[in-house]
Design a protein around this ligand. Structure first.
Ligand code: MLT
Length: 270
């Protein structure tokens, strides 16, 4: 693990592997950079892979009143620390919301944007209310564990859950390792995030959409619709995946990320 410290981010940890052009992998909620453990070994031959622990997860400290923009700034802090000028950034779900904020704040640093089971809209009122209720549950004694137990199985395709219950269990353990305080901070950050469909329209680099046909968090139809907003779009739909292709079908996902990132670097004009 690599570690850095700035005024804004007292402790920021990230995995760094391989060499070559940079591919940054940003995890979602309620995870940490370990989410990418199965795909990093498949990508490190071709790329310098960087997988942060977002603030408040793994070995990275939480920042006060954290926003999605703060999370995007944390990606930039890592790139600056590494002396990296440009990267392809792939974000899973909340990591995709973060990558979109990065696209807005640092467009000149982005060579390609991959949205892995993610989308660019804001929460509607119903979603915000569901999150507020979850925050109340997480605050209660034993509430975090109850929330995780109910949430995690919904992220996976039915057949996968049956065939690989141990992966589900690992994911429950990773989620439970997050402090309740961090979970609440992430939910508040997501409630408050603005829509970034307008950013998709402006974005000049290629945008990849990885869509799970069985995803119940990011409806496939919504992602497919939004994918039409940007100019250079690559859409891949996984028939047998839900929200977690980095665990459900890591070889396929790594292959698609590799192909996309190579395309981006090949066609990129500095
Ligand atoms: C995630 O997987 O990052 C979250 O479930 C996204 C969300 O709750 O919107």
């Amino acid at each position: 693990m690599q570690q850095l410290s700035t005024d804004k981010f007292p402790s920021l940890a990230y995995r760094k592997a391989g060499q070559g052009p940079v591919l940054m992998l940003v995890h979602g909620f309620p995870e940490n950079g370990g989410l990418w453990d199965k795909v990093i070994p498949l990508l490190e031959k071709d790329f310098t892979v960087i997988a942060p622990d977002l603030p408040g997860t793994g070995e990275s400290s939480l920042v006060e009143n954290m926003t999605i923009e703060d999370m995007a700034h944390s990606l930039d802090a890592i790139l600056r620390h590494e002396g990296i000028e440009q990267a392809v950034v792939a974000g899973h779900s909340m990591g995709g919301y973060t990558a979109l904020a990065f696209a807005e704040l640092y467009p000149q640093k982005l060579v390609g944007l991959s949205l892995v089971h993610s989308a660019a809209g804001a929460d509607d009122e119903e979603k915000k209310e569901t999150r507020r209720k979850s925050i109340e549950l997480i605050k209660k004694e034993g509430g975090k564990e109850a929330f995780v137990k109910q949430m995690i199985p919904n992220l996976f395709a039915a057949s996968f859950k049956e065939q690989q219950p141990e992966v589900l269990q690992e994911q429950i353990e990773r989620a439970n390792s997050l402090p309740a305080e961090s979970m609440i901070a992430f939910y508040k950050a997501m409630i408050n995030r603005p829509e970034r469909i307008s950013i998709l329209k402006k974005i000049s680099c290629p945008v990849q959409w990885i869509i799970g046909k069985e995803d119940s968090v990011v409806p496939p139809a919504k992602a497919a619709e939004q994918s039409k907003e940007s100019e250079r779009t690559f859409v891949t739909v996984y028939e047998n995946s839900a929200h977690m292709s980095m665990l459900e079908m890591p070889v396929r996902l790594a292959g698609d990320l590799k192909e996309f990132a190579q395309y981006c670097y090949h066609h990129h004009l500095k």
